[in-house]
Design a protein around this ligand. Structure first.
Ligand code: SAH
Length: 325
């Protein structure tokens, strides 16, 4: 039994069943606080860890939006849940080459990952929550951040909970499931309010769906394989698909503009990732096969290309970032 499972069982014994939301929040807080889960030796691999091309085309996209907005000098680079800091260092390399001189700000709760981020981007500023970010124009990226925030699950009007049954953890009810996520809505609203007031553009990339109502999407991964969601609490990655329709509604309600939602594959192609791959292979012929396999993983529909979606939220006085329309 994991130490977190012991603590959760004690809690359920004392308080009664806990919501799926409380379970997911406790599991992920413990999980991310105690390890670097990324890469071949970890539990899962994210797009920026597959190839620098991902961050480079995103950096070029943000640099272009920033320039078209008049290159405001008070803008800052923000990343939510920056992992190892790989994406930030790739994006910032492009932004710096375009003349952007703003500070990097990271929202990160994990002390282990903060340490990795400090090595990748030593001059960053760290925050515990989105609400603590400075009120400045934002160039923001969140890749696989929203999917880690807790969801609620409902069966009819009843919130689904986790209880102890037959000596193990079990759901208290099954049936047709509807999910929502107050934690995601709060994070997106806070960013959208800042964008509407101060200007800027925010890119959200995650696996998810364009319309709500996709049922039970809670899933768990360990060592690159799916696992039962209630197994090994705190020792496996729990995520749920992002409802991009909810993201849009919250951002628009906060007064920000939202682009259409697009698949990651289509977006990266429109941003020119294929030309970038060709240039990279020409410059490093010994890496051509690695580059080819990386771009396949990023854009192919049966890899990350279709399941992952991207959307941009921006202030009405900034142009929409490229690739969405
Ligand atoms: N964006 C990175 C890492 C994705 S993993 C990449 O693409 O490689 C999820 C990231 O979100 C981790 O850095 C994790 O520590 C962070 N995270 C998870 N829950 C969080 C929360 N509630 N607040 C802040 N950061 C969180």
């Amino acid at each position: 039994m994991t130490p977190l499972e012991r603590a959760l069982r004690d809690r359920i014994q004392a308080e009664g069943p806990i919501s799926v939301e409380a379970f997911m929040e406790a599991c992920n807080a413990y999980y991310y606080a105690t390890r670097d889960p990324l890469g071949a030796d970890g539990d899962f691999t994210t797009a920026p860890e597959i190839s620098q091309m991902f961050g480079e085309v995103i950096g070029a996209c943000l640099a272009d939006a920033w320039k078209r907005a008049g290159a405001p000098t008070d803008a800052i680079y923000v990343e939510l849940g920056p992992g190892r800091g790989t994406l930030a260092s790739d994006v910032l390399r492009l932004l710096r080459s375009a003349g952007f001189d703003g500070e990097p700000h990271f929202v990160e709760t994990s002390p282990v990952l903060r340490q990795a981020q400090e090595e990748a981007v030593p001059d960053a500023h760290w925050h515990e929550a989105v609400a603590e970010l400075p009120a400045k124009p934002l160039l923001l990226v969140a890749n696989e951040f929203l999917d880690a925030l807790p969801v609620r699950q409902f069966v009819g009007d009843l919130e689904r909970r986790v209880m102890i049954a037959a000596g193990g953890l079990a759901f208290d009810r099954d049936g047709e499931i509807v999910e929502d996520s107050p934690a995601r809505e709060e994070a997106v609203a806070s960013i959208a309010i800042c964008l509407a007031e101060k200007g800027g553009a925010a890119l959200f990339i995650d696996y998810g769906h364009e319309r709500g109502g996709s049922g039970d999407t809670l899933q768990s991964v360990r060592a690159h394989a799916f696992t039962p969601v209630l197994a090994n609490p705190g020792d496996q990655d729990l995520t749920a698909h992002v409802d991009f329709e909810a993201v849009r509604r919250v951002a628009e309600d906060a007064g920000a503009a939202v682009t259409p939602v697009i698949t990651q594959g289509e977006w990266l192609i429109r941003l020119g990732i294929e030309a970038r791959a060709q240039a990279l292979s020409r410059a490093n012929p010994e890496r051509a096969r690695e580059v080819e396999s990386a771009i396949h993983r990023l854009i192919a529909p049966d890899q990350m290309g279709s399941l992952f979606k991207a959307v941009a939220i921006h202030s009405s006085d900034w142009p929409a970032p490229a690739g969405f329309a």
